[in-house]
Design a protein around this ligand. Structure first.
Ligand SMILES: Nc1ncnc2c1ncn2[C@@H]1O[C@H](COP(=O)(O)OP(=O)(O)O)[C@@H](O)[C@H]1O
Ligand SMILES: [Mg+2]
Length: 250
């Protein structure tokens, strides 16, 4: 299924102030893979993800989603294929009610009203937010906003789900629920996060970014145990892999 492949080749990106955020990133993600993108603050995770749905267009190098290189022309195709959950839910929610926000994408794609309704209700139920449908999004709690932001993407039925720091600001229960939800997503999942325990739970593969390049790319269980690598990239072992100070104190 080549139409679900994400391929990034020698991607460079500098912000308008000249700051180089990506300096030659290459990776290839095939259909159904779950990939955790990790790295210290400023490593380039968000900048990389913003290229995967065409919020940013490559300045140098290429991004390919399925059969199409990402260009301004192929943006509509790329946006239909890749669902992007931004780091800040406020960047995703702008309609007067939750229902309208979740309906916005399918309406734009031209689906008939009945199908839009079915998609909205299914997406809201999936994230456990159907009771919020008539609420104004800006009045919701952080966790509720996050759930609705995810629903706005699920209602588009994307083949590839890209999420930037989905567990930040979530309480432990909402975090656990989100991980359970993502675990049911059958297509490709790409998650940038500081939550290395989530990566261990959810993503067999990890890409470690450092200063705008790929420092390592491989099995999460190996990468996240590799202390010299983690130290060099200013990361810490997932809690579940750290020796318990109580248990090890004999
Ligand atoms: N709008 C911007 N203008 C200038 N520099 C930026 C901008 N956004 C991000 N950067 C810089 O680009 C680098 C990569 O940022 P980012 O992709 O947000 O990293 P991460 O998501 O891994 O924390 C950082 O050094 C950051 O300061
Ligand atoms: Mg970021």
């Amino acid at each position: 299924m080549s139409h679900h492949i994400v391929e990034v080749k020698d991607l460079h990106f500098a912000y308008p102030d000249g700051h180089k955020a990506l300096e030659g990133v290459s990776l290839r993600i095939t259909h159904g893979e779950r990939v955790g993108v990790v790295g210290a603050n400023g490593a380039g995770k968000s900048t990389l993800l913003l290229h995967l749905n065409g919020t940013l267009i490559p300045q140098s190098g290429t991004v390919r989603v399925g059969d199409f290189p990402l260009t301004r022309k192929t943006l509509p195709h790329v946006r239909r294929t890749v669902g992007m959950v931004f780091q800040d839910p406020d960047d995703q929610l702008f309609m007067p009610t939750v229902y309208d926000d979740v309906a916005f994408g399918p309406l734009n794609l031209g689906f008939p009203h009945e199908e839009v309704h079915d998609r909205v209700m299914k997406a809201l139920e999936t994230v456990g937010a159907d009771h919020l449908r008539d609420r104004p999004p800006y009045r919701l709690s952080g966790g509720e906003k996050r759930a609705v932001a995810i629903a706005t993407v699920l209602s588009m039925a994307p083949d590839i789900l890209v999420m930037d720091e989905p567990t930040s600001n979530l309480d432990p229960r909402s975090r656990r629920q989100l991980i359970r939800l993502l675990d049911t997503f059958e297509h490709t999942l790409i998650v940038a996060t500081h939550d290395l325990d989530m990566v261990l739970d959810l993503c067999p593969r990890t890409v470690v970014l450092k200063d705008g390049h790929v420092a390592a790319d491989g099995p999460a269980r190996e990468m996240l145990r590799d202390e010299p690598l983690l130290h060099a990239c200013n990361l810490e072992k997932p809690l579940v892999l750290q020796a318990c100070p109580v248990c090890t104190r004999v």
